[in-house]
Design a protein around this ligand. Structure first.
Ligand code: PRP
Ligand code: URA
Length: 206
């Protein structure tokens, strides 16, 4: 299931990223702001539980998400700002990192680094800035499933219709949250109009 929340604020933030003249720190910051808006959508069905806290008026029982039941797994590199946004918001979430890179000629994704631990019983939030062919995020989903994820939600800034279709067809049980679905892919499997190479733009590695 794919949720594509629409709002003037989200549209404006995505269009800030489309401006090729924005510096990398604005690019990363804007990705973080978009991620927090998507995260709010993704966590709407999370159960809360009572916890006692010390307030200025003494002890009080309040309802909070069980943050330790949440694991965020990012697909390097462009998703690193998304990862930061999730753990800034859900402070006690567990982190995992997957290095997945597309081959420039074949466009096939390849895992080169796995630093994601046991996902058993966790609500796993996979963050991957771009869904082009969908290969990278599908690899990430396969890995967290093998590691025992209970529930999987994915967050993305921009995707192509074919990439989204690929995730939906392969995983009926994964919830996708995406800020913008663009027109399609070019002959190099880049999203059109898209952002260009999001990892390079986020970290000035041209
Ligand atoms: C980009 C992007 C996604 C992937 C999407 O990463 O961050 O992870 O491509 O493409 P796909 O849907 O066709 O798999 P890239 O492979 O460029 O790695 P990088 O961020 O390290 O440059
Ligand atoms: N990776 C990117 O960073 N951008 C695209 O458009 C496709 C893959």
């Amino acid at each position: 299931m794919c949720t594509n929340p629409q709002s003037p604020l989200l549209t404006t933030l995505v269009n800030t990223l489309r401006d090729a003249t924005v510096p990398s720190f604005v690019f990363r910051h804007t990705i973080k702001e978009i991620t927090k808006l998507l995260l709010n959508e993704a966590l709407k069905d999370m159960p809360t539980r009572a916890k006692k806290i010390a307030t200025w008026q003494g002890e009080m029982e309040v309802e909070c998400i069980d943050e330790s039941s949440i694991m965020v797994v990012s697909v390097l590199r462009a998703a690193l700002p998304m990862h930061e946004a999730v753990i800034e918001t859900v402070n006690n979430a567990v982190s995992g990192f997957l290095g997945i890179k597309r081959d420039e000629k074949t466009h096939q994704s390849k895992l080169y680094y796995d630093r994601a631990g046991d996902c058993s019983g966790k609500t796993v939030i996979v963050v991957d800035t771009m869904v082009a062919t969908g290969g990278s995020v599908c690899d990430a989903i396969d890995i967290v499933k093998q590691k025992g994820a209970k529930t999987i939600k994915t967050l993305h800034v921009i995707g192509s219709p074919e990439g989204i279709k690929q995730i939906e067809e392969r995983y009926g049980d994964v919830e996708i949250f995406i800020a913008q679905i663009d027109r399609g892919l070019d002959e190099n499997k880049y999203i059109i109009p898209g952002l260009g190479d999001a990892g390079d733009r986020a970290y000035n590695t041209f």
